[in-house]
Ligand binder design. Structure first.
Ligand SMILES: Nc1nc2c(c(=O)[nH]1)N[C@H]1C(S)=C(S)[C@@H](COP(=O)(O)O)O[C@H]1N2
Ligand SMILES: [Mo]
Length: 232
């Protein structure tokens, strides 16, 4: 169905890629992992340097992928809410966010559409630091993310708390560019990049899993690049 809505166009294009992928997996079953939830190597410590089906971006290149709307959030108006299953729900403004311990890390960025940006130098606050601040209750098992463009995604707590999952404010030594999710975005180096919300606005802890935008539109809920775990 032809449409002028960029979101609908992007979803339709992505679903065509999904069809292509599923057909490819039928033709060459050896490329698919029969146990996408199995115990494959979780990250780059194991050999192949890049997951199956991924191509590295040219040095210095970083494609922009989103739903076609780039929110503009001035720092004075920016805030991040942490809410849900926690003792101390909070709203961080820019000063409060930047007062949290910031770390640097180098990790890879895998987009499900087939490109990977390797060895990105990030700086940001560990998501685990921000979640700890809100004091999750024992019932908090999942995390739901909402962005300033109303994008949503979700993680189980055990993925969210990994040390390399960051609330990024800088990349390659410069403040995170707006088109890449500035002022602050999430990165999930061990999962496909759609699990990391650009322009993060709200982090909600919950007892139940709440599939986000792409998880409801044909992408895998688990999203492990090393297991070729792309689509549902
Ligand atoms: N808020 C928001 N976050 C998002 C998206 C989006 O549309 N909106 N797209 C996701 C997808 S599919 C990818 S691959 C990465 C792309 O990040 P980049 O544009 O910085 O390369 O952001 C993810 N986070
Ligand atoms: Mo993506």
């Amino acid at each position: 169905m032809p449409t002028d809505d960029p979101r609908e166009r992007i979803v339709a294009a992505r679903l065509r890629l999904r069809q292509r992928f599923l057909a490819e997996m039928e033709r060459t079953p050896a490329r698919s992992d029969p146990r996408p939830l199995g115990s494959g190597p979780p990250n780059r410590h194991g050999m192949p340097r890049i997951p199956v089906g991924q191509t590295p971006t040219a040095p210095g290149k970083w494609p922009v992928l989103d739903l076609g709307h780039t929110p503009s959030v001035p720092l004075e108006q920016w805030h991040l809410d942490i809410a849900g299953e926690c003792e101390r729900p909070c709203r961080l403004d820019w000063a409060a966010f930047r007062a949290l311990e910031s770390v640097e890390d180098v990790s890879d960025f895998h987009c499900v559409t087939g490109w990977s940006k390797l060895d990105v130098r990030w700086a940001g606050v560990r998501l685990s630091t921000a979640i700890a601040l809100a004091e999750p209750t024992e019932h908090a098992r999942f995390v739901a993310f909402t962005a300033y463009d109303d994008y949503t995604t979700n993680l189980p707590m055990e993925e969210a708390l990994k040390d390399d999952v960051l609330l990024v404010h800088s990349a390659e030594g410069a403040p995170l560019a707006r088109e890449h999710g500035g002022p602050v975005r999430v990165i999930t180096p061990q999962l496909y990049a759609w699990k990391g919300a650009k322009w993060i606005r709200r982090i909600e802890l919950s007892r139940v899993d709440r599939p986000g935008f792409w998880e409801r539109n044909g992408y895998s809920n688990t999203a492990h690049p090393w297991r070729n775990d792309r689509y549902s």
